[in-house]
Unconditional design. Sequence first.
Length: 119
Amino acid sequence: MNRKMEPKAPEHLREATRQWWESVVSEYDLEQHHRRLLSLAAEAWDRCTEAREALAEHGLVFEDRFDQPRARPEVAIERDSRTAFCRTLRELGLDVDEPAEGSRPAAIRGNANLKIARG
């Protein structure tokens, strides 16, 4: 019997994100270019998580050389990474839950009945 081997998630991803990547690949029949987009989404998720952790440690603002409060760079990194994650999933046409640190695999929902109001 010739079993199709499931591709492995990129090694540089966090463990929970690798598990999420592999669960999506096992549920969907993705072409190579789709898996690359999925990897970009996973990397964006990890980057967002890293920025969120840095913000939890250092706070949202710092004082510049003029003693004025400024947003930490991680604020923009978190925002941009979250946006990239959402856009990449939308590009793939997948409606999946984001990676979680828990032991439960991500739920996958179809988006066939999704209606978007245009205004």
